[in-house]
Design a binder for this molecule. Sequence first.
Ligand SMILES: Cc1ncc(COP(=O)(O)O)c(C=O)c1O
Length: 458
Amino acid sequence: MIPELERAAKLADGYLASLDRALVSHEPSASSLRERLDKQLTDEGLPALQVLDELERDAREGLLQTSSGRFFGWVIGGSLPVALAADWLTSAWDQNAAAYACSPAAAIVEEVTGAWLKDILGLPAQASFAFVTGCQMAHVTALAAARHRLLAERDWIVEERGLAGSPPIRVLVGEHHETLVRALRLIGIGSQAKVEVGILDDGTIDVAALRTELAKNPAAPTIVALAAGDLNRGAFDPFDEVCDLAHEFGAWVHVDGAFGLWTAASKRFRHLVRGIEKADSWATDGHKWLNVPYDSGLAFVADPTPHRLAMTIPAAYKVEVKDVRDQFEWGPEWSRRARAIPIYAALRTLGRHGVARLIERSCDQARELVQRLAELPGVEVLATPVINQGLVRFLDPNGDHDARTQAVIERINHSGEAWFGPTIWHGQRVMRISLSNWQTSSSDLERTVAAVKAALEG
Ligand SMILES: Cc1ncc(COP(=O)(O)O)c(C=O)c1O
């Protein structure tokens, strides 16, 4: 075996095995990491194995163990072993997944994986797709398609003329992630195009308010952006009703389903995304709930024409091959990693039912964890998981619940037993519980509840 690969496999295996023990229980300081990692760059270089060993040793204290089954921060999955292994193969093969001619296998894997994903996620079979870096770039890709169609309908080919002087696009939103707004900035629609429509108590968009907003200016080119699982509570907008309404006004419906779209894979949770197939575009991630390594976002567009027109580029040195899918026609990049390969391996290994079980298990575990925390004294549940997201806070006898919540989160994280992220929700400090890891076990939940109990008592 190539010595560098052998060493990397050993170091990686050691790291993954360590995750079951304690998580990093202290905040590394940037200065100590700099001290370790900022070495003198030599003129002649160093032996490769020494470089790998030192890299592992020097980086270790600054690695947040997000792939542990007891990591509940943000929405971060782990990596299924087969997906990680396929990711290594992807690197070893080092294919340029720009076009079929650069790597026929990478192009066909992507074509096949795209079709499997549409099937699992309940999206229209004719939809086009792109494998991008994350949900952020999936928004950019899908909204560029929206921008094309909405302006082309008004005789404005935005890819040729730019946006200066074009009819302004408005974007109506309910609960939304900030990456959606950045996508608007990146494609020149601008953050001021965003119009916040009212949100109901359960976190879903107020459909009556949306109708009023649409009717205010029925001729304006309009995008309605919906959420399939918001970050804090996992709220799902009423897709069926909103798609019908938005389409009455000729609007484009885009869905942010970074993690929540995966509920479509489960018979038990599919009702949450009823009608979602009527939308015009969808953005999601492989690197969150499907548990494939990072660099895995997915964009889907119901009508392939505006998608392709928004993304394609003419290239004099392009090799024409008939009847194949060139990836650069659908995504914002040219040279890039063959990032469909880990997804292909994950889907084949899990099968349709395996994906469903992965999603259902996380939802059940999130609910169990929140319920068990609720039984501890001084825990207030603010959001019981609809899917895999919940919110709690810790009550202070003197009324300073924000300080108490922050202190308890810090104590839990410092214990090395579990990791949770704080956030501000409805003006109060809360602890977010996000469960998206394939390997969270009942013993992980047990240890986590014990760690929270100890932090409350400490
Ligand atoms: C609801 C939602 N949308 C979009 C994103 C952005 O996804 P990515 O980080 O893959 O670009 C996130 C990330 O947490 C998210 O939770």
